[in-house]
Design a protein around this ligand. Structure first.
Ligand code: TXA
Ligand code: MG
Length: 352
């Protein structure tokens, strides 16, 4: 950390391996097998690697290295009892990290991995308290992003078992969906020996669906791009409603989360000079600045976080958002927006 750091535009650094400067982390643009190998080596030596996934960018560390994992918490400013998702390269790796895996969880993994889904399973001895926040369960995910998968495989070749990675933002803030957003969030907190891998904009744009697989029936704890009806169709069960409010150490479950600096107003707003996000078929109100006009729900999810960042960079104090249908992915969008909108009303909640 420090005032001596120079801000370097990511655009200045395109298309080669660049050292931003000696006080910064290493930014790898257009990662190749060779440069990803270097990042895997960094992980193996206890460094952090921010990397793209199809959902949002993650801040990775060797999931068996307590010192490296503790740096994730300090870089993010996140409370230490919040568990981390362990990213693995394939379905086979779950047997390393989890025990008593129910059949339905295997079905989910076979169907939706690699993909935007995290399974919460009973942990094996490999998943230590510093990963699980002291809970008996571990969160596992195989991301569907080629750079992430290459990193995971290269790390495995060096003896690694998995990469612990929360979203690469300061605690409580909006998740990054581009390398510029990672830099904005964590640039001042990473070390010169850490790495950032640029994979372009995230395809899904919001965090993975989290499914609790520790009981007889699955339970969605955080909605995402793998949606309820897909899970129900596959497993032929009625899903229990979200029980996340009983899940204490579940950071995405704070009343307020995923917050930009601007106030989020759900629905129409009567003020002036405010930001506006809605599907393209809705016209922009008078006195509003259009931040995004996605054509579909998928596109809405994809651009939502960058639109919220744009609002902050423009210094807008209010953003009115008309979210799409609440079905499917729309439910996940609503979940994030409701949490983002509660920032001002939650007393004593810290934001970074
Ligand atoms: O899409 C994603 O899931 C992204 C990318 C990077 O994979 N990761 C992500 O991680 O969103 P994070 O830490 O920002 O959010 C994961 C949520 C947290 O709220 C955490 O508390 C919860 O998952 N979680 C992780 N492991 C858990 C466990 N064992 N039990 C309960 N909740 C868990
Ligand atoms: Mg997060």
């Amino acid at each position: 950390m420090g005032t001596r750091r120079r801000r370097v535009s990511v655009k200045e650094c395109r298309s080669k391996l660049v050292k931003w400067d000696d006080l910064y982390m290493e930014l790898i643009t257009n990662p190749t097998q060779e440069s990803i190998k270097m990042a895997a080596k960094g992980l193996n030596e206890g460094q952090l690697v921010a990397f793209p996934t199809e959902t949002v960018y993650g801040l990775g560390a060797d999931a068996t290295n307590s010192k490296a994992v503790s740096r994730i918490y300090s870089v993010k400013g996140r409370p230490v009892d919040h568990p981390l998702i362990v990213h693995i390269s394939s379905m086979q790796q779950i047997y390393k990290w989890a025990v008593d895996i129910p059949e339905y969880a295997e079905k989910l993994a076979n169907e939706f991995w690699p993909g935007p889904m995290t399974l919460i399973l009973k942990r094996s001895e490999l998943a230590k308290d510093f990963i699980t926040g002291g809970q008996n369960n571990v969160g596992l995910r195989v991301p569907a992003q080629s750079i992430a998968l290459t990193l995971l495989k290269e790390f495995e070749k060096l003896g690694g078992s998995g990469i612990a990675a929360p979203s690469a933002n300061r605690f409580g803030a909006v998740s990054p969906t581009s390398v510029d957003a990672v830099q904005e969030e964590l640039g001042n907190y990473l070390d010169p020996k850490d790495f950032v891998l640029d994979g372009g904009p995230s395809l899904v744009g919001i965090e993975s669906t989290i499914i609790d697989c520790t009981s007889k029936n699955p339970r969605i704890l955080r909605p995402g791009a793998v949606v309820k009806v897909q899970i129900q169709d596959l497993l032929k069960v009625d899903l229990e409603s979200t029980g996340a409010d009983t899940w204490i150490n579940f950071s995405g479950n704070f009343k307020s989360h995923y917050s930009p600096k601007a106030n989020i107003i759900l629905g129409n707003f009567s003020g002036s000079n405010f930001g506006f996000i809605a599907l393209s078929n809705l016209s922009t109100p008078n006195n509003a600045f259009r931040l995004a006009a996605p054509r579909t729900t998928e596109e809405f999810a994809q651009i939502l976080y960058s639109a919220l960042r744009k609002a902050d960079s423009m210094g807008l104090s209010d953003v009115s958002v008309i979210f799409p249908e609440e079905e499917g992915l729309g439910q996940a969008i609503k979940d994030r927006l409701v949490k983002a909108s509660k920032r001002q009303s939650v007393e004593g909640n810290e934001h970074n």
